[in-house]
Ligand binder design. Structure first.
Ligand code: GCU
Length: 362
């Protein structure tokens, strides 16, 4: 692996990880703890809540599919509720793409292809035999530096003060936790093949998708798209967005302890290849756009290279190439990569790549 990134197969105390069992029992738990303590903050446990409530169940796309809207409670009575929209091809249990939207279920996810900058290609996805489930980010936590709204006030650690403590969870962790709450429901939805749920997301929602898949093994496949800094791009970099910039511009995304690394990311006890490695042996696809240098497409490929030894230790093939594939060509395998021409957006082009990748891992 590349010398400048920490070795995923070495414990903090320097001892090597030589077997799959050691990875699972020692290194994986160590990394889960480190990522929470230094970067995203600690996740609260799944909440004890009332049952989810299906408030709409109707035919969709002229009877070719079904639409269900489900209210999933995120805490005790009074806490926020996730409005999960679940679109399923009719008549069979289907694999599913789950992701958070920026603009609302109706406004963004149901918009026809090409109408909005971020597209969900719902019709095409359903026609290819996949279900789609999504909720609006603000259902879990509005995207602003305010910890009095969203789920945060409902899940404070015992004994916390008025201010957010250094390792209390930020907004990215809250979004990822929201994806896990959606999985709690989807596991029991009779129209969904719960063993084949891909977690997807664009940009900041890609960071959340990656984090959710790293922590929640019910996600069978992860597709963080143009996720950049705090997602699939390295923190040890000078390309695109840096730790200092992301903490300055989005102070609520991470725990405040992460700010200690603003000018010294090389002191972090991990880098983002190790967040990817937490997904192993499940497949992951990183998507990028050539003009989106802010998200550091080449750095993301380096993260795949540095993560690959973990897949190999777990008996998988790992990464199939030493170099980034040409623009427009999907690099398949356990560690997939796709880059297309153009700028920062979730376009029908990457949805087609998500579908092709999911087909190959069905
Ligand atoms: C900003 C931010 C990125 C983020 C992106 C987005 O550009 O710096 O980290 O991924 O917004 O969510 O669109």
């Amino acid at each position: 692996m590349s010398g400048e990134f920490p070795d995923p197969l070495r414990m903090r105390d320097g001892s090597p990880i030589a077997t799959a069992a050691e990875w699972r029992e020692r290194r994986r738990p160590e990394l889960l703890e480190l990522f929470q303590r230094h970067m995203y903050g600690f996740f609260p446990p799944a909440p004890v809540t009332g049952a989810p409530n299906v408030v709409r169940s109707e035919s969709f796309l002229g009877g070719r599919a079904m639409r269900k809207d489900v209210r999933v409670p995120l805490g005790p009575p009074g806490a926020p509720t996730l409005n999960l929209m679940v679109l399923t091809p009719r008549g069979r249990r289907s694999p599913l793409f789950l992701g958070i939207n920026f603009g609302g279920n109706e406004v963004e996810v149901l918009a026809p292809e090409g109408v909005r900058k971020n597209t969900w290609s719902v019709e095409r996805t359903l026609a290819r035999g996949y279900a789609v489930a999504s909720f609006h980010a603000a259902d879990v936590d509005p995207d602003r530096d305010d910890f009095t709204d969203g789920v945060h006030p409902w899940h404070r650690p015992a004994g916390s003060g008025a201010e957010r403590g250094p390792t209390e969870w930020g907004t990215l962790a809250a979004w990822a936790w929201g994806l896990s709450r959606a999985l709690d429901y989807l596991e029991h939805d009779p129209d969904v093949d719960a063993r084949r749920i891909a977690v997807v997301g664009h940009s900041r929602m890609g960071k959340a998708a990656l984090l959710a898949a790293a922590f929640d093994e019910r996600a069978a496949l992860a597709i963080p798209s143009q996720s950049g800094c705090g997602g699939a791009a390295p923190s040890r970099t000078t390309v695109g967005e840096t730790v200092a910039l992301i903490n300055k511009n989005f102070p609520h995304w991470f725990c405040t302890a992460f700010r200690a690394y603003n000018d010294t990311p090389e002191r972090l006890p991990f880098d983002q290849h190790e967040l990817l490695a937490l997904i192993a042996p499940r497949p992951v696809l990183l998507c990028n756009a050539v003009e989106d240098e802010w998200a550091n497409p080449a750095g993301q490929f380096e993260m795949l290279r540095a993560a690959a030894p973990v897949w190999r230790l777990l008996g998988k093939e790992g990464l199939r190439a030493d170099r980034m594939p040409p623009s427009g060509k999907l690099l398949d395998g356990d560690l997939g990569y796709f880059i297309r021409p153009g700028a920062h957006a979730m376009s029908p082009v990457e949805w087609a790549a998500y579908l092709d990748f999911a087909d190959r891992h069905r």
